[in-house]
Design a protein around this ligand. Structure first.
Ligand code: SF4
Length: 209
């Protein structure tokens, strides 16, 4: 059972509720989407085949308790759910970052899912799998990457329509790095009294990948 891996590396988690924790990242190759602000285009095609045992060995060497499965779109590879299960069996704290364009039904319940809802600026709204919302559990998170006021209004309408805040799922609004000033969006959130979390990409602020 092999998986195409772009890179495995230790860093500081820059996003989600785990921001700030030392974390091992497993970046899987491939993504069916092409968001204009994508900062991991290098993972679209380049990768090396690893067995799940090889991945576990590498992670054991890094020896961090938190593991983030990311991409690309990690779920574009069919063996990703088995990798998540194996890591959860090994008692790691596992999270997975997904674009929301792939079904998440079979992800092991012990893993925290951080799922994008694609905004209009991504050009991929039509790829959001709305049925995924029913599979999110308490502790999971959804993330809107916001490029401008239009994206913000769209995301605000989305969480109201789908009653996201009532589902005990953290909602993250993340301004596109260098496109939308965080302070601008902070003011929108305060004005609208929106109970969502402004997320900055900590790894970029401290200049780590
Ligand atoms: S879904 Fe993520 S990895 Fe894929 S193109 Fe968009 S930002 Fe990049």
């Amino acid at each position: 059972m092999s998986i195409l891996i772009n890179e495995i590396f230790p860093s500081i988690q820059g996003e989600s509720n785990d921001a700030g924790y030392p974390t091992s990242f497993v970046r899987l190759s491939g993504c069916p989407l092409r968001c204009p602000w994508c900062d991991t285009k290098y993972a679209f095609a380049v990768g090396e085949k690893y067995s799940i045992a090889m991945i576990c060995h590498k992670l054991a060497e890094l020896s961090l308790q938190r593991i983030c499965i990311t991409g690309g779109e990690p779920l574009s590879q069919k063996n990703c759910p088995e990798l998540i299960k194996t890591l959860a069996d090994l008692n790691y704290k596992v999270s997975i970052e997904t674009s929301g364009s792939v079904n998440i039904k079979n992800i092991d319940n012990r893993a925290v899912i951080v799922m994008d809802i694609k905004t209009p600026g991504s050009n991929h709204c039509c790829d959001n799998k709305i049925e995924n919302l029913q599979y999110l559990k308490s502790g999971d998170q959804i993330k809107f990457v916001i490029n401008d006021k239009k994206d913000y209004q769209w995301a605000k309408n989305f969480i109201t329509t789908h009653q996201i805040i009532k589902k005990n799922i953290t909602t993250l609004f993340s301004p596109v790095y260098n496109n939308l000033q965080p302070a601008t969006m902070a003011q929108w959130l305060i004005t609208d009294k929106l109970d969502v979390k402004l997320q900055l990409q900590l790894h970029k602020i401290i200049n780590m990948r």
